[in-house]
Write a protein that binds this ligand. Sequence first.
Ligand code: NI
Length: 177
Amino acid sequence: MKNTDNTNTVLPILIATNSFLRKKTRIVQPEDISEIRKVVPTMFETMYQASGIGLAAPQVGIGLRFFIVDLMKDDVSDPMVFINPEIFEKSDEQSGYREGCLSFPEQFADVIRSEKIKVKYMDLEGKINEIEADGLLARCIQHETDHLDGILFVDHLSSLKKNIIMRKIIKEQKREH
Ligand code: NI
């Protein structure tokens, strides 16, 4: 699915200050799937061009419970679509990792998350899958599932660190407009 032709259209990514990112998304119904199939290739293109590894529907203004992931491990593309994801198990073992988010350009911070998770989700073919994930994939799924509930990675930080990042984002926004 990766396409390096940058004349392809991409979607605008909402920036952290946009209140839409704080809304809880709606469960995907069978009748939503065809619409999702249409937008997913453009979402991947948007994510690849922004050099991201995950992108949730609300980040491109879609209020539905799904996200895309492609870790590009060893430069190999492995696009995944998670519809109505449910993390039903999280390991007590946690780890910290420098996280970013396409809605927070150039901002990174250490976030503590469970090292292993089990997640149930529907794919684009409408099939229900259950997987166990660890490491970066587990982190990415937790980060993106948060987006579907209006939670952003800075919410996991101390209010001091969160405020510093939010202020930088607001400052940058003002500079651009
Ligand atoms: Ni994000």
